[in-house]
Every structure is written in C-alpha cells, then in structure tokens.
Design a protein around this ligand. Sequence first.
Ligand code: NAD
Ligand code: UDP
Length: 318
Amino acid sequence: MRVLVTGGAGFLGSHLSERLLATGHEVICLDNFFTGQRKNIEHLIGNRNFELVRHDVTLPILLEVDRIYNLACPASPVHYQYNPVKTIKTSVMGAINMLGLAKRTKARILQASTSEVYGDPEVHPQPESYWGSVNPIGIRSCYDEGKRVAETLFMDYHRQNAVDIRIIRIFNTYGPRMHPNDGRVVSNFIVQALRGQDISIYGDGLQTRSFCYVDDLISGMMGVMEQTVSIGPVNVGNPGEFSMLELAQLVMELTGTKSRLIYHPIPSDDPRQRKPNIDRIKELLGWEPTIALREGLVKTIAYFDQALATSQTKSQVD
Ligand code: NAD
Ligand code: UDP
C-alpha cells in the first residue's frame, strides 16, 4: 500500500515509517520540520519506497494514498506552548485537510490522539469511555482541545461522509530519536543524568505517568489501523505507573550519575496522575506492552549516550 505519514520526521513518525517500509509498504513522509529532524529519516532516504515531502498540514495537499497516519503535531509541552495558535491550527486544520484527502482517495485514516484528552483525570485508570477533565482556557489547552476537536472531526467525517477512520489515544511514549532538547520528562532526565546536571523535578515529583516504549507503541498503532472491528478511540500505552521521583531514581541508577535532584514549580494544569486502561486493545488485537520501563530506559540511555557524544564531537569539529 501507499501510506502517508504526517509528522513522519518526528520521534514516532520516523519509527512508524521505518516499520511500514520493513513491512513492504511505500511511505510518503510529510513534515514541516518544526520539531522533526532530517537525521531521524536520513537512513530511509535512498530507499525507493520512501519519499519525503516538506509540507505543512494546515494547508491542503493532493496525493494518491491508501492509508494516512496523521501524526503531525508537536507533542512536548515546551514545543506545543511555543506557538499555541499554530498548535491548535495544526490539530484542527491538519485534521480537516487530512480527512478531506481521505474522503477523496477513500484511504483509511488514523489519528494520533492522546491521553491528554482525559486532562487531569478524575477516573483512574482511564478507559476510553471517560470523557475527561480538560481546562479549555489554560496553557495546555491548545494541545488538549486541539486533539479533542480532531477526534470530533474524525467521528463527524465518519458519520457524515463514511470516511474509514481509526483513533488511538497515545500515552507517554519514549525511546531513541526523542530530541535531546525535547523537554519531555524522559529525555530531560536522561540528558541531565548523562551530563551530570541537576535532575529537574517539577512540583513534588509525586505526579504519575505511564511510560510506553516506542517499539510497543508502533505495533499497537499499526495493529489498530489494520483491524476492522473498532473505528476508535483505542488507548495505546503501558499501564505501569510511576511517579516522577521513581523515574528519576531509576534513571540515576541506570546511568550511575552523581546528579542531584532539584525542585522547580509545577507547571499549571499538570495532570496529577495518568494510567491507561488497555482492556479494549487487548480484546481487539491481543496487544499488550512487552518492554518494561527499566529495559526501555536502558535502550534509550544507550541512544542518548551515543547521540550526545556525536553532537559533542561534531561541535568540537565545527
Ligand atoms: P514529535 O514532535 O517528535 O513529532 C511531531 C512531528 O510533526 C514533527 O516531525 C514535526 O516537525 C511535525 N509537525 C508539527 N507540526 C506540523 C505541521 N503543521 N505540518 C507538518 N508537520 C508538522 O512528536 P511525537 O512524539 O513523535 O508525536 C507524534 C504524534 O503523536 C503527535 O501527534 C502527538 O500529539 C502524538 N502523541 C505522542 C505522544 C508521545 O508520548 N510521544 C503521546 C500522545 C500523543
Ligand atoms: N516533568 C518533570 N521534569 C522535567 C519535565 C517534566 O518533573 O524536566 C514532569 C511534568 O511536570 C509532568 C511529567 O513530568 O508531571 C511528564 O511531563 P512530560 O512533559 O513528559 O509529559 P506530559 O505532562 O505531557 O504527560
């Protein structure tokens, strides 16, 4: 099949593109390079089944495709809050443009939604049936509400125009190819630990997240795309729940760093807890995560160790 991956040069998009090519598909990787990096997909350039298109999803595009994975959107709070108006435009106009493309080409389309649609959840763990608790006017709203509207658009294009849709709600995912300055907690802690810098804990560090290793996430995402039972939404994540202090301790143990913890104010609307209920995807695909946090962190630390060493050598040469 010919598969369009929007946000294909980003962290998840580059892993997805790689897996799609390995499965024998043609991939059109579309990206505006806001947070994506050319080096994430450099190894795919030259593959005759891979095509790179620099384009912004807020603008329409004419392509002929069989599948669309709509991943274009900055995912780290630091990046999505940099230009909040652009963030919400990317989610809303991006969804409209990609749904329009799906409608015209009759392609099946999957939306990369997020656990952020649950906001600061009052139900724990979060099942897909929970409608969420989102502040519509806070600093996270450009992302959370943009993703909620995108889900609405997907459901309405399905009801009104019979577009073949899938929606997944991704919980915090980590792994190689996260940007060192991404600002999300796993990359921050690992980079700080490897550089011997203070580990930045926001708030008391007792807030929780559930961390999924990227390879597991991609298997779940591709599985949901190809099943024909549920148009979504489907949670994809690892139910292992950790406080930020527990995460910091694990990163410190695995890197053997002498870094110390330093406490910063908690950003506003930072959710207190988050953990997926994954009954639906288990039932649909028999999918569950296979890589525990410790194992995934070892792989991710090895990646950053090498990436930081290479960038240091490069800057010395430059
Ligand atoms: P990322 O920032 O690494 O990737 C996003 C990609 O989209 C980048 O390559 C960026 O340049 C591109 N992009 C941004 N705006 C664009 C636009 N207007 N037009 C074209 N391209 C644009 O983030 P990621 O972690 O790979 O996330 C990918 C998707 O998954 C996002 O939609 C995100 O909301 C969703 N998601 C990710 C996580 C996670 O933990 N990684 C969790 C929930 C949801
Ligand atoms: N966080 C932290 N230190 C950091 C970065 C993040 O303690 O250097 C906390 C943040 O306040 C949040 C959690 O880690 O409670 C996860 O943050 P991230 O930005 O990775 O994702 P999200 O909040 O979107 O789940």
